[in-house]
Design a protein around this ligand. Structure first.
Ligand code: UTP
Length: 286
């Protein structure tokens, strides 16, 4: 199994980040000096991904502009000798083969992924949710790809969360296969603590087989009236092998204000340009 394609669903409204997400795609929000989606694509590329499909929607054209060439800007930077800026600007446009498809109606994450059917074809593919920014030595999606290859299975990223917050996630029913890798036999979306199968929550990274498309096509609207990816995954784990990878690394939810601030602070503290200054600045405040 070789995984060279990734899908990034980015059509959602971002209601947890209003009012500014009304006209700015939340995937373009800066984390230090790069938009969030660039971290996601860098993680994919560092994991062997060559082709990336971004599922967009109305009001998201800043995403395709960002990954395009910008001839006037590039010529100005070149003429004024700002070569490292030029390299950065070009680098983001050449980062991968990027494709786009619109989700014309916001019918949920499962529906957004279903829109990737023609792009994906017959091979397993990665899915990365752009709200979930990872800080990890080994790219998280690479950890999943390796497990999917080893077990010839689909894979979901997981970590334990406390039962108090499990209702924000999908909970997994798992049995251990090896250190950090589990077999998945069931799952439920946004359960109450009493309904949860375990504290293992699905967190924003997946390797899926194309079987998922037929399952999603037959998935009825579920939680919140949306076509839920979890419902398709639940059917998938019952008809073929699925593993859960308790990945190494820290996951940030940059799709809500508190999580975004945590992401910004932690990444700024580690940044080679502003990290030392920022540590002193923050230290002076607390
Ligand atoms: P979320 O529900 O977490 O994100 O969807 P959202 O809808 O953008 O934000 P809130 O909850 O209103 O603040 C998870 C991922 O699925 C994508 C979102 O863009 C996000 O990356 N998504 C969701 C779609 O692409 N289409 C949809 O119809 C729903």
């Amino acid at each position: 199994m070789k995984v060279t394609k990734a899908v990034i669903p980015a059509a959602g409204f971002g209601t947890r980040m209003l009012p500014w997400s009304k006209s700015v795609p939340k995937e373009m929000l800066p984390i230090v000096d790069k938009p969030a989606i660039q971290y996601i694509i860098e993680e994919a590329v560092a994991s062997g991904i060559e082709d990336v499909l971004i599922i967009t929607g109305r009001g998201k054209s800043a995403l395709d502009d960002y990954f395009d060439y910008s001839p006037e800007l590039e010529s100005k930077l070149s003429l004024s000798g700002k070569l490292s800026d030029l390299e950065e600007v070009r680098g983001s446009a050449d980062i991968a083969n990027i494709f786009y498809v619109r989700q014309k109606e916001m019918k949920g994450l499962g529906h957004a992924i279903w829109r990737a059917k023609a792009f994906v074809g017959n091979s397993p593919f990665a899915v990365l949710l752009p709200d979930d920014i990872m800080m990890a030595d080994k790219p998280v999606i690479k950890q999943l790809i390796e497990a999917a290859e080893k077990y010839n299975a689909s894979a979901v990223g997981t970590q334990k969360v406390s039962l108090d917050v499990i209702s924000k996630y999908s909970s997994l029913k798992v049995s251990a296969l090896e250190d950090r890798v589990f077999k998945v036999s069931d799952m439920n979306e946004k359960p109450t603590p009493a309904e949860a199968f375990s504290e293992y929550a699905i967190l924003g990274r997946y390797v899926l087989t194309p079987e998922i498309f037929e399952l999603l096509a037959n998935t009825q609207p579920g939680y919140g009236g949306e076509i839920q990816l979890t419902d398709g995954l639940n059917a998938l784990c019952k008809q073929s092998d699925m593993v859960a990878v308790d990945f190494e690394g820290k996951r940030y939810d940059a799709g809500n204000l508190q999580g975004y601030l945590e992401t910004m602070v932690d990444f700024a503290l580690r940044d080679s340009n502003v990290g030392d200054w920022f540590r002193d600045f923050i230290g002076g405040k607390v």
